[in-house]
Design a protein around this ligand. Sequence first.
Ligand SMILES: *[C@@H]1O[C@H](CO)[C@@H](O)[C@H](O)[C@H]1NC(C)=O
Ligand SMILES: *[C@@H]1O[C@H](CO)[C@@H](O)[C@H](O)[C@H]1NC(C)=O
Length: 314
Amino acid sequence: MPPRRRSCLKPAHQSILLWHVLVFAWYLRNYLGDCAQNGRLVDLTHTFDEDTIYWITEPNLRLNVTHNGTAPGQDFWYQKDEFSAATHGGTHLDAPSHFAKGRWSVSDIPLSNLVGPMSVVDISRHVLDNPDRHLTLDDVLEWERVHGPLPEDGVLMVRTGWSRFWPDKKMYSGTDKVKDVAGLRFPSIQPEVADWLIRNRKLVGVGIDTMSVDVPNTRPSVHVTLMEQNIYGLENVNNLDLLPESGAVVYVMPMKLRYASGAPCRIVAQIDQGGHSASFALCVSPNYLILLMTVLLAVYWLGHEMVGILKDAI
Ligand SMILES: *[C@@H]1O[C@H](CO)[C@@H](O)[C@H](O)[C@H]1NC(C)=O
Ligand SMILES: *[C@@H]1O[C@H](CO)[C@@H](O)[C@H](O)[C@H]1NC(C)=O
């Protein structure tokens, strides 16, 4: 009987190699974790509660839990409640009728205008802690140089980073004094952007992660310009930092209030399969990655074994 051939790799080396490959695969899986986001839903809505920030002149949300206990004379639990709120507060939709005569109120907006491609123009690095830095036309043109023209029937979202201050009223809106309109300060949108958008692009909505699409204490030109064209606004949007600059689909779901100029709104983004941002382009399914690493390890190890067998045969 021929002597049993020794593997080229000592058992200790084999296990070290295996260990390295597994650690590397695990690291890559986490590094490419973004990939797992494809098809993922992201909630762009602040939760409505007693801390919700409303437009400075408007009353806050009130939730009145009118029963929370065993139903009288019954054997089951029963909770019911009533709420009242201004329409312009928290994460909400501004219907075109808010600033344009005869334009759509909330329930008039066609469903097809409430679902579409979303573009995120990120000015957070320019804004930092400066509430007087507003979206400029150059910011939009810079986005277009990278991603192409803003998609038709889409929603443009402006990311200032201000949602990180929510629900701190002083940081978020510039003032925590009741009805202190003059004290409002936060980043917003320059009127020139709205003028350019309605002439050159075909959007259905414009949103922002601050209290208003208009610069505080100025004529509300952005509202007026957009809403004349039946373009709606979205204010106090959340979580824009979790989204690619292009390639997500947005679902805008305002409470369907007839005649209203605004409504609390659930906004959800779905990150596209395939993706369009640089980090998303790299995407490989993490499971395929681990499979690939395993196959490579097996091939490497078998190769060494084959070399050993051939050496023994000679
Ligand atoms: C809560 O609702 C009940 C039932 O409608 C009403 O009697 C009560 O006054 C309300 N409370 C507040 C604080 O509004
Ligand atoms: C309703 O009652 C349950 C059980 O006591 C409690 O956990 C919950 O916080 C109550 N909800 C409200 C809104 O008070």
